[in-house]
Design a protein around this ligand. Structure first.
Ligand SMILES: NC(=O)c1ccc[n+]([C@@H]2O[C@H](COP(=O)([O-])OP(=O)(O)OC[C@H]3O[C@@H](n4cnc5c(N)ncnc54)[C@H](O)[C@@H]3O)[C@@H](O)[C@H]2O)c1
Ligand SMILES: [Zn+2]
Length: 342
């Protein structure tokens, strides 16, 4: 078992990473919740794999009810948000009763948003089951849904009461979903945790230690920038170019981040910010985990990126590695960016 505390100005909460914790939820939840009923929100895939286990591990202390929605990003929409709220109200949920988000990032974001808004706020506990949600999205308090063709455009900051992570649940994840999380996990190593990169070199199973090392990177930026005004931007390493190629070539988000990191490293090397050896170090780890490493020339994407990104007072913020395991925010003017073009 491994633990991490997230300490914010007005609240703090525990993250517990433990193999098999899904079958044992009440042990931990009882330290943050003393009412009688809990409501699990999950998707149809996770339902079949883990709902019974979760219920069995809760019913010694709680009356358990649940709401199931279809899996996938298509469920992170207003209609499903309304459905979940309606079902909860039909079940007569009260203001101080607890939601449990059992599933990947979609369930986490949607449940968090319900929790932020229903009765103007009810508590929730995260039980993330995908790699991406375990190593990243379940902490930090960003919740929301997609709307008007824009991702995460309706949302709220709402921190969970606790996050309970079971690395064993990763065994049932399919390869592409695993990759999706792995790209972001390697990113956490690249931007803030050399120890994590070194652990990954032996290609171990993703275990409690690796999840914790990844979460430590997110913890650090979330604690200094709870509301995503500054330092959280560091988490966007690899995303500027990643977004530019994600849809174009049909990559999963985490796969696009993998390729985007290599592009950002090349650009950083050209600008003499990033040491040359960073390229091979990250390339080798991506290869080891069978993530895409195809080379795209970042110069072909600079124009898109410049006009697409927030252009504040004529400058644009890029994230570069200034050494392996550390990232910095670096502002470039339009002229500087255009000078790099071929
Ligand atoms: N809030 C944040 O800070 C934050 C950060 C990054 C991403 N996100 C959001 O997270 C979402 C992506 O998360 P995701 O990749 O977990 O997607 P997801 O929730 O759709 O899960 C991916 C797929 O894996 C399945 N699944 C989940 N756990 C499983 C398991 N243990 N075994 C087998 N299958 C399992 C799900 O049913 C789904 O089909 C996006 O909507 C993104 O915007 C949020
Ligand atoms: Zn991302």
């Amino acid at each position: 078992m491994r633990e991490l505390d997230i300490n914010l100005k007005n609240t703090s909460y525990k993250i517990i990473v433990e193999n098999g914790i899904i079958s044992n939820l009440s042990t931990y939840i009882s330290s943050v919740y003393t009412n009688k009923r809990v409501f699990i929100i999950t998707d149809d895939v996770v339902e079949k794999l883990y709902l019974k286990k979760a219920i069995d591990g809760l019913k010694d202390k709680y009356t358990v009810d649940y709401v199931v929605i279809p899996h996938g990003e298509e469920s992170k929409v207003l209609e499903k948000y309304a459905y979940v709220c309606e079902e909860l109200l039909k079940k007569d949920i009260r203001r101080k009763e607890l939601l449990i988000a059992l599933g990947g990032g979609v369930i986490g974001d949607l449940t968090g948003f319900v929790s932020a808004t229903l009765y103007r706020g009810i508590p929730y506990v995260g039980v993330p089951t995908s790699l991406l949600s375990q190593m990243d999205s379940s902490i930090g308090g960003k919740t929301g849904i997609d709307f008007y063709n824009r991702k995460n455009i309706l949302g709220a900051f709402k921190q969970p009461s606790m996050v309970l992570i079971d690395p064993e649940s990763l065994k049932t994840l399919d390869k592409r979903e695993f990759n999706n999380g792995m790209g972001e996990l390697i990113k956490h190593g690249a931007i803030g945790n050399l120890k994590l990169l070194n652990l990954l070199k032996d290609k171990p199973e993703i275990d409690e230690d690796i999840i914790i090392e990844s979460l430590k990177v997110k913890k650090r930026v979330v604690e200094i920038d709870e509301f995503d005004l500054n330092e959280r931007m560091l988490l966007n390493f690899g995303h500027t170019f990643g977004h530019a190629i994600e849809l174009k070539y049909g990559y999963k988000h985490g796969e696009a981040v993998a390729v985007g990191m290599l592009m950002a490293i090349k650009m950083g090397i050209d600008l003499k910010i990033t040491p040359k050896e960073c390229y091979n170090a990250i390339y080798d780890i991506l290869k080891l985990y069978e993530l895409p490493t195809k080379e795209y020339d970042y110069k072909d994407y600079l124009k898109d990126v410049f006009y697409d990104k927030k252009n504040i007072a004529g400058t644009i913020s890029f994230i570069f590695l200034d050494k392996l395991g550390n990232a910095i925010i670096y502002k470039l003017t339009e002229e500087e960016v255009l000078k790099l073009e071929r």
